[in-house]
Design a binder for this molecule. Sequence first.
Ligand code: ATP
Length: 199
Amino acid sequence: MEQPPTGTKIGLFFGSFNPVHVGHLIIANYMATRTDLREVWLVVSPHNPLKAKNTLAGDYDRLHLVQEAVAENPRLRASDIEFGLPRPSYTIDTLTYLKERYPEREFVLLMGGDTLPTLPKWKNYEVLLRDYEIYVYARPGIDPGPWKDQPRVRWFDEVPLLDISATYIRACIRQGESVRYMVTEPVLAYIEQSGLYRK
Ligand code: ATP
């Protein structure tokens, strides 16, 4: 792989992507093209053995969907980095691992304004806030209070958001309703052909 210049910033967008939808892609692409980030990696969270979530499609199916969704966009990448790490995976451990593996890159966390106030529950969150920048997209009706003013938090007010979720998409598929335009065409094709989320 071609080596990027020192300091190349990579945004990490973590999610279960069950499945990845255009709401995710709009945020990822905005951050990858409208900020100083060079790329955004969509980091697929593997199944957490502590959570019995039977609606979660297999790790490799979800990874494949993300790969299909971003294939045409050189600024976006699917990442399976957490598949090889101990589970459950903690963001700080994943970041530490990435920093060792790609010392020439700088990793930035992406999250919604609703997630920001949950940070104190995260493993080693003080280290996370000290060592990493966090780019936050505003979500309607959410006021993260003093979190917004943390020195390493950058706030983005104008990221276009869609009011859809993977939960809603799965429910549509289960009921035989169309999810066209909520996911990209290759994602739709794979879901239909594989029968994912039908029951
Ligand atoms: P689910 O409905 O299964 O919980 P989701 O659509 O919220 O899934 P995740 O894979 O959990 O998808 O999403 C990854 C991240 O993207 C999460 O932090 C989530 O809050 C955020 N996100 C998901 N959908 C949207 C959306 N429509 N607008 C803004 N942020 C979103």
